[in-house]
Ligand binder design. Structure first.
Ligand code: PNS
Length: 159
């Protein structure tokens, strides 16, 4: 059984993330979106909310599951028996950090591969942070978020 893991903060999931999930999930038997918890990081949405947003956005993809993990990604992928980590690459500026992450994860779990998908050109500019910034000032974020979660996310961002 081929298991792929797509890790991230997903605070919240954007159409850019969803595009990567839609393209990567068919390559695996099970595709796990792993919501990573870092106690040193401040999130706008708690882990349960982030998972709920992802589940609602991926409801039409039967092999996609959503889990949380508090700890090392390499350890989680070992526990899950994953074949590969999937990451999206938006720009060259993402590369240096992602390259370092791929190398440390390979050192910690040598049986693991990191596979990069280039982002669709429509979403090159998109990140959860930029969506939160636009939303905080009341801008229109409807083109950036899955429609299933739009109202809930907008409501929280305006508080
Ligand atoms: O969406 P993000 O915030 O860019 O995702 C980053 C994430 C969660 C994938 C990364 O920080 C991560 O893998 N965290 C888990 C801890 C870990 O394994 N770090 C790498 C080795 S130090």
């Amino acid at each position: 059984m081929k298991i792929g893991v797509y890790p991230g903060s997903f605070d919240p999931i954007t159409l850019g993330h969803l595009d990567i999930i839609r393209r990567a999930a068919p390559m695996f038997d099970e595709f796990v979106v792993a919501v990573m918890i870092n106690s040193a990081k401040h999130y706008m949405f708690d882990a349960a909310q982030r998972c709920d947003f992802i589940r609602r956005s991926t409801a039409d993809m039967p092999n996609v599951t959503v889990e949380t993990h508090d700890g090392l990604l390499a350890e989680y992928t070992r526990q899950r028996g994953a074949t590969a980590i999937i990451k999206g690459l938006r720009a060259i500026s993402d590369f240096e950090y992602e390259f370092q992450m791929a190398l440390i994860n390979k050192k910690l779990n040598p049986s693991l591969e990191t596979v990069f998908l280039t982002t669709s050109s429509d979403y090159m500019f998109l990140s959860s942070s930029i969506v939160k910034e636009v939303g905080r000032y009341g801008g229109d974020v409807s083109g950036f978020l899955p429609p299933q979660i739009l109202d809930d996310v907008v409501q929280k961002m305006r508080v």
